[in-house]
Design a protein around this ligand. Structure first.
Ligand code: PLP
Length: 454
């Protein structure tokens, strides 16, 4: 039997004590979000109707590190530190000299990285006296995570679930209800935003966000909670990259390239930010690849502009790559990547050339996921299957160059609730929906009037 290590494990006392904030390391002043009505920079007071001050302070913080409250670290210990694997069997199957590592976030209760931010968000809201959180969910991963986190801190939870995912994944709803949440199919008839979008029955994250914000804003004891995009969400996710860096040190290597999928940017940011800081501070020569769906190619085909985070235009305007806030992406199975915009932080990194973005079609990502599952065993969620596709490309490039490059990718969730999608792929009936340039152009015509970004 080979004694080569395949799992790099940390003990519970290695759960990070701080989150890493990349803002102070970025060149230039960050572009502020803008108030949707006045177009003036939105300050903490503009965010306070839907977020607690503890999270708003994290959102705008210029501190390089922020301490993780002990109650949050204690909850993190339910599943953290998560394992880092060396994918030796996958390397052999790909016949590559590359060393492939992956950080596996599927061991959390919800099955993905999303509880890393759901827990601190529920904690800060409970501390502020809030009784109820309202949110949207695409793949069902975020809604499950918030339902789980609310159950830990005694909060009510209400989730608007994107229609196509609600239909594809009924057991995600069961999971949320098991943790005590109420789930609505979006677009619903409960909100103005839902009724206005009845013509888009598959729904979208943008529509579901509008519904959740509308309900949260109308209730004094309720707040809204967002599972991606915002600075504080990426901040919370940096526990992933910090642990991965310690685990790579155990393996005696550092990555040449770090790869993750991008929907709103949170698992990408969480894995890459500690490594990006090494590049910005110490001149490390790591590359970063963001993988997204060709059916919703925000980073590769979108425009870099101020846009709303939601379809109805209720959120502040954010500087980001966008396909237009009312662009409704085709109902691909990677529901978590069906978002018209992207994190301002990740968008800025792409714009600055620090991160390369690539887009993949649905069948090619499932082909990659099945190859991975048949060597490593784990069945990936469709979202990180995009990262696996990019990993295969990098491994093939390493073989062509004859170099033992070190690749680290984020396996941010398992696909155990996504088997209907695997069924379709294996039956040969999975579609590769075309991205509609005309729909994007029409949506871009409806971008709000806002200052252009240099
Ligand atoms: C498993 C999984 N991966 C990725 C994403 C995309 O989100 P983000 O880009 O914020 O990581 C989601 C979103 O729901 C998800 O459920």
């Amino acid at each position: 039997m080979s004694d080569q290590t395949v799992k790099y494990l940390l003990s519970e006392d290695a759960v990070p004590t701080h989150w890493i904030n990349l803002m102070p390391d970025l060149p230039g002043a960050p572009l502020p979000p803008l108030h949707p009505g006045t177009l003036e920079p939105a300050g903490p007071d503009d965010l306070s109707p839907i977020f607690p001050m503890g999270l708003i302070e994290q959102e705008v913080s210029a501190e390089p590190e922020i301490e993780i409250p002990e109650e949050v670290r204690e909850a993190y210990r339910l599943w953290r530190p998560t394992p880092l694997f060396r994918a030796r069997r996958f390397e052999r199957a790909l016949d590559t000299p590359a060393h492939i590592y992956f950080k596996y976030e599927g061991v959390s209760a919800a099955g993905s990285h999303k509880p890393n931010t759901a827990v601190p968000q529920a904690y800060e809201n409970a501390k502020a006296g809030i009784k109820h959180l309202v949110t949207e969910t695409g793949a069902g991963q975020w809604g499950s995570s918030l339902a789980f986190a609310c159950s830990l801190f005694g909060l009510g939870c209400e989730v608007f679930m994107v229609g196509s995912s609600y239909d594809q994944k009924p057991y995600r709803r069961s999971m949320m209800e098991t943790w005590g949440a109420t789930v609505h199919r979006s677009p619903s008839t409960l909100t103005q935003a839902g009724r206005d979008n009845a013509a888009h029955p598959t729904g979208s994250l943008g529509i579901a966000i509008s519904e959740a914000v509308e309900v949260a804003a109308a209730r004094e004891d309720a707040n809204y909670s967002l599972g991606s995009v915002l600075n504080h969400v990426l901040l919370h996710q940096t526990v992933i990259g910090q642990e991965a860096m310690a685990q790579m040190a155990l393996a005696g290597e550092m990555p040449d390239v770090v790869i993750a999928c991008v929907g709103g940017g949170s698992n990408f940011g969480g894995l890459t930010i500690p490594f990006l800081r090494r590049v910005l501070r110490d001149g490390a020569r790591t590359r970063f690849v963001a993988a997204e769906p060709a059916a919703c190619p925000t980073l590769t085909r979108g425009v870099y502009r101020y846009d709303f985070g939601d379809t109805a235009g209720l959120t502040p305007l954010m500087p980001m790559y966008t396909l237009g806030h009312d662009f409704v992406p085709a109902p691909v199975h990677a529901g978590g990547l069906r978002y018209h915009g992207d994190s301002p932080l990740v968008s800025g990194l792409v714009r600055a050339g620090l991160v390369e973005a690539r887009a993949y079609r649905q069948n090619e990502i499932f082909e990659a996921a099945v190859r991975f599952a048949r060597t490593q065993g784990l069945i990936p969620a469709p979202e990180p299957a995009h990262a696996i596709r990019a990993t295969i490309e990098e491994a093939e490039a390493a073989r062509a160059a004859g170099e033992a490059r070190v690749i680290l990718f984020g396996l941010c969730g398992h696909g155990d609730f996504d088997l209907a999608a695997y069924d379709a792929y294996l039956a040969g009936t999975l579609e590769d929906p075309e991205f509609s340039e005309a729909d994007m152009d029409a949506a871009l015509d409806r971008l709000p009037e806002a200052p252009a970004i240099a």
